[in-house]
Structure formats: structure tokens, C-alpha cells
Write a protein that binds this ligand. Sequence first.
Ligand SMILES: [Zn+2]
Length: 496
Amino acid sequence: MTFRVLCGQLMHETNTFSVQPADIPAFEKLFCYRGADEIVSEMAGTNSETAGFIAAAEAHGWELIHTVAAFANPCGKVTDDAFEELGGLIFDALDANRDVDGVLLALHGAMVTETYEDAETEILKRVRAIIGDDIPIAVTFDLHANVGPDVADLANIVCSYKTYPHIDMAERGRQAGDLLQRAMAGEIRPKTFLARRPLFEGADGGRTDAGPMIDLQAKARGFEAEAGVLNTSINAGFHHSDIFDVGPTVLVTGDGDDPRYQAMAEELMDDIWARRDEVTNVYLSPGEAADIARQHNYNGKPLVIADYADNPGAGAYGDATNLLKSMLDAGLRDACFGAVRDSEAAAALVEAGEGATVTLDVGGKVDPNFGGPPLALTGTVVHAGDGTYVCDGPMWAGMTKHFGPSAVLRVGGVDVLVVSNLMQITDLQQFLSNGIDPREKRTVGLKSMQHFRAAYEPMADKVIVCDSGALASPDSSRLTFKNIRRPLYPFDAIEA
Ligand SMILES: [Zn+2]
């Protein structure tokens, strides 16, 4: 028989400390596709959850009802208007198709709206209210999901990313779809179990190329080889979020109701708790990082400096100047830096045009308390463009993205990429499409915590990580948390 499946992708990772709301224009700057035609033409074949849903539908011969595929770059709370408008595309379509056989949702986990601290639980509650308890729901989450305890009861199947840098979006979408197919066909009765501890952050921020996640995932794969275990999701959580349900979780999806599944989730959570203080990164000051770059012995491959704290992928403003200032002060040659999100400066540089010599203030404008004040720069515009590029991966391969009006200002030996839209550096095309070949530079300064590694580590001689003091600093002590549950480690001393 032909199953009818409704799908939707509605994602945001909300930094509740950011003053910049996620409104409809913020979604449209990253991606916001509505209806089947737009969604299929933009998403099919890309490395995205929706592409995985489409592939599952083709493999299993479903009739797939598309609703929305939208993702705003991490920033402040999602406005009520945006949540109701974009969520409404899912809820209204479901209301008109109450006889669907299954529901597939790509969510982030960690979406906070003006009204709802845990927007994913709200979405799932509304979906359940429409379709009742018997129709299976499969959900994908980001590995940095904050997951409320009700999610395990609301969703039958949960599949979180297993990679950070995230490169398995399409794979997880397909996996969720394949499990949903088996549930709809009556082969399995999937149920999900959740474990957590009084823990604010853990699992080394979720990085899967080093540290405790390597052992955690090996154990998870062992569990998945056991009878009945359909999937194991290890979520590191997202801690730039002042909400009750912040922190790491483990979710095990099993066939039927078996206490083994809860025990597996608890065992993995015990491991996360035991290794809660392990951090792989060494965080350098901007001055230390620039000093290392100045003394670095160039061997044909660049030194990459990641500004961890100003990662737009964690809701930082992307306009911190402290690292750029240190790179300029150090007199680095053959260097590039990006992307500074400053739409005012980008517009002025594009207006001045290639070849112009310009003096202007760049960056530091949203909140100079986090990452440094505006820098007065004088340089030559060596590139100006519309900021559109197609990712060539591995992350989001095939997807078209938009920096908006963008320009490169050459200041001394540093090519500074100035853009209009908030986005972290994940892809070589972000520099290449703006006339900079980062592979040819001696030093590459970029704003990203970990995602950059997928594309940039293979071409780098060495990667170092810097804390510029911007909003997503690994040092959370400058932020005031009022809504987190207590007790919570490390805010409170907790015995194991
Ligand atoms: Zn993530």
C-alpha cells in the first residue's frame, strides 16, 4: 500500500543572550522554503534532512506532503510571529490531512521562542493534538539539541546527528524515514527513552573527532548492534541558552517497551557525567594566536585560527574584532580573515567598488562588550559581490547560501571578508566565491567553533583555537542564568 507521510523542517538553535531576534527575515537569510515545488527544487539531493526524507519517500513509494523547510542562523529568540507562521505551515497541513500514516520532522532541539522555552516540545504537542497517539512520528535533531523530557513520549523515533562537524544530515533524515516506514508497515513498534543528569554542558561540546565522544559513540554502536535497539542519540546540548531543560541528553529508540533501552541511555549518561570536565580545545587569547601565526614556519599550507567565541553558529554576532586586530597588529602577511558580519560596512565597500581605497569602521557594532569595538580600517577593496555561493561540502553540500552584499578589504597583509548576513565559516566556497583562496594563504582567521574543520582541517598545516571574548565564549561566567534547573553542575556542587 502507498503510505502518506507529512514532513517538515523547522530549525533554530537559540542563543537566549543574543539581542537579535529570529524573525521571518532571519529565516529567509539562511533558508526558508515553503510548499513542495520550492522545497523539492532547493533541497532534493543536498546534504539536508529534507533531502533524506525525499530519498526515503522515493525508496518506499510514499506520497510525501511537504510543508516547510526553514532554518535561521543561530541568534536570539524566535519571534511568536515567525513560530506561528512557519509552524502553522506544518499544523495547518496536518489538520487538512489527518489521515496521514506518519509524520517526519527535522527539528534542531534548542529552539526558544518569545513564548515557549522548549519550542520542539510545543511543536510535538500540537502535532499529537491533531493526529492523536497512534500515528508514528519520527524526528531528527541536531547533536546540540536541548531536549525536554516529554519529547521521548511525544515522538516514537528520534535520530540525532552523529557527527560534529555535522555532515550526516541527509543520512539521519533517511534513517528516520526508513524507521518510520518499518513502523507504518507494522514491523516495529518504536518507543524512545531519555536520560539526563543535572549537567549544564558536557561531552566536550559534542565534537566527534576527538575526546570522550569517540568512546561514547563506540558504546552506542555496540548498543545498536543488540536486538531491538533501533537508534541511539547522544546530544551534547546547547548551553548558551537560559532554559530549564538545558544540557546533554541520551535518547534510545527501541522496538517495544523494554527496560534495557532506558538502562542503555542511563549508562551512556553516566559516562558523560563521569567525563563532564574533559575539554579537548586549548583556548588561546587573540594575542597569543596572532603571535603563533607570526612565528609559524610556513610549509605551503596555512595555519588556521578559529575564533571559537564569535561563532555565528552558536548565536554570536559575527562582528567581533579582537582577533582581527591582533592579526593586523602582528603584521601578518598573506593572511585572510572572515567573515565579519557588518551590513553597513559591506554596503559601503560594495558601493566604493573594486580598486577603491577606503577608510571605515568595521565590526564591533552589535555589542562591543563581547569581542571588541569597531576597528577603523584603511585598505583597498579587492572584491565586491552579492555573496551568493553553493556549498561544495562536506557540510550542506549542494545547498545555495547567501552572505548578502559582500566585499573584501585588503588591510596591510590581511584580506578581510565583510558580509551582510550572519553565517559561520563551514565551506571553502565562502572565501573562494569572494576571490580569496584560503589554501594559498599563510594564515586563515575564521569565525567557527568546530564546523570549519570538515572543510578546512584537511588543507591546513595546523589549527589553533582562540577565545576572543565574544558572545559564545567558552567562558560563560559573564552571562547570567536565571531559568536553568537547579541544582545543575557546574553551578552547584553535586555528588555523583
Ligand atoms: Zn549543532
